[in-house]
Design a protein around this ligand. Sequence first.
Ligand code: NAD
Length: 470
Amino acid sequence: MSKTTQLVVIGAGPGGYAAAFLAADLGIEATIIDTEPNPGGVCLYRGCIPSKALLHVAKLLSESKEAKNWGIEFSEPKINLNKLRQWKNDVVEKMTGGVGQLAKLRKINYIQGRATFLNSTALTIQKESGPAEELKFQYCVLATGSRPISLPDLPISENILNSTGALELKDIPKTFLVVGGGYIGLELGTVYTELGSQVTVVEMTASLLPGVDRDLVQVLAKNVEKKFSSVLLNTKVVQMKEAKSGIEVTFESAGKQTRREFEKVLVAIGRKPNTTGLGLENTKVELDPKGFIKVNLQRQTKEPHIYAIGDVAGEPMLAHKASHEGRVAAEAIAGHKVAFEPKAIPAVVFTDPEIAWCGLTEAQAQKENKNVKVAKFPWGASGRATTLDRSEGVTKLILDPETERVLGVGIAGVGAGELIAEGVLAVEMAASATDLKLSIHPHPTLSETMMESAEVFFGQSTHFYRPKKS
Ligand code: NAD
């Protein structure tokens, strides 16, 4: 006999568990189905969390070398890879175990297994062992996430890794090729560089992080060029072959081919939504041309009682966007009048330095022919940045010249990922440059660069003399 549940959430990443948790808090009886023993998804098991643990270590290694400039010299660090890996795994276990506890406290039924739609109101669940079980549901939230894209005809292997393999940290290769100069390539490239690999990045477009404002990328690119062994732009990987001591890679740039050997290769060329093997063909759920599930503002699919959130429901593929969509879906199911209509979804690249932005970008404004004013504060004029010996950063506001309203914020510099939160609040609350200028920011902090950017707009920045043109 099949069981029934009021709400079933398929996929327990930051989107799925946020949806189930809020639904339970709103009095809805909820079931979560995921293949892992605890909630967490890619973010906690194989993405954001383990990569940030390793980036924390990378920062420490980098600063221990920089300290020479400040009169402090450390001897070469000894890396105990087993202990480092264990610590990273402990972080993951602590986080996923914690979220598992939160699910129990909310009396959510957590099922470890794989769900497939039988029809629009019933699933089969295949656990690791035993016969498949049937579950009938009133509502469903699809939160199945995404997976890495592979290079055509070049499968993942012992020496050709995707982000999951790279995060396992089996060894520290002497030479490490990163294919793709996006979020993952640059973050994991940073980790392996600091651990001692000679890292080469190959990016097929003309710049790292295509689409991101050039002045922000420039700040990072300078550091990447110093630290990485090489950055190959406008270059494609056309072939990879197992060789004596790793992988022989054939690059193509401006019609010319070159070959080089690397011990290991990381492929980080983007991700694609997980929509196959779910039995979606047994429902009326529809996909868009890019393969994402089509949803409306409440995140309802073509089946009004089936919702989709997170990476599977469209760009940007970011954990915090998934969590918010999950909460919107839970509220919609509870009958609240809600919609997913953010003005600012922050994006952070956790490199050294970090890059973060939210709301309207300068590139987007140019593309859409929008009349904006950009007010930029260079961190060379920030006391806090100078004390950190990190004055290469920049903070900028994208403003409406008429209303002074903050439409977007971009930051490149250490801690940009934390600083951008103020930008999100400013954009969402429709703050003006005057609001930012009049809000007293603590001194000496990097947050003052937000206030001083607003002062730049009026030609009145205390620490950056740039009078307003009349
Ligand atoms: P990405 O889209 O950020 O970058 C992929 C890069 O690979 C692009 O610059 C692209 O031009 C390049 N590329 C594509 N094909 C190539 C080829 N054949 N040869 C050379 N270069 C090629 O993708 P990603 O880095 O794989 O990350 C995937 C997703 O994961 C991102 O969209 C992001 O949303 C998410 N993510 C976010 C964070 C974060 O929030 N900090 C971190 C990691 C991943």
